[in-house]
Write a protein that binds this ligand. Structure first.
Ligand code: ZN
Length: 146
């Protein structure tokens, strides 16, 4: 029996079904042909948030940020690096709290940057404040073990 995982394409948001043992991070989207994992965060918006948060079979780590937030901008390279390390077991994403205020409100974001780990639509863990890449990866892996 083959275990199929639902993986959302970061480029066109199509749901791809990938055999679990083939989840290497090098797969391509069956629709648009672009890589399913690019080693960088997916930009979330009201159009693709639900798919990545609820349909995807891999957990979603979201960086809630805003362009006016200095610590958020400082943490951007760390989020990029963490994406490279956590993929393909975790999808890393960014959500601009100014552009997507409804989603930020739904998660009751009070300070940024905030990191929230979501799996199948449920919040598993959250933390606030800027962190280096190594700490982001460690925090995520610890949260996944609970
Ligand atoms: Zn695609």
């Amino acid at each position: 029996m083959t275990d199929l995982l639902m993986i959302i394409c970061p480029s066109c948001s199509t749901t791809n079904r990938i055999p679990a043992q083939k989840l290497t991070g090098s797969g391509k989207c069956g629709k648009c042909g672009k890589p399913l994992f690019e080693g960088k965060p997916v930009i979330l918006n009201s159009g693709n948030f639900q798919k990545h948060a609820s349909i995807s079979d891999i957990p979603l780590l979201v960086d809630f940020w805003a362009s006016w937030c200095g610590p958020c901008r400082q943490m951007a390279p760390a989020i990029d690096a963490a994406a490279g390390q956590l993929e393909p077991n975790v999808r890393v994403a960014k959500l601009d709290t100014e552009a997507e205020q409804q989603i930020a409100a739904r998660f009751n974001i009070r300070s940024i940057p905030s990191l929230i780990l979501i799996s199948k639509g449920k919040e598993m863990a959250r933390t606030a404040g800027a962190m280096p890449a190594g700490s982001i990866v460690q925090w995520t892996n610890q949260a996944l073990m609970k």
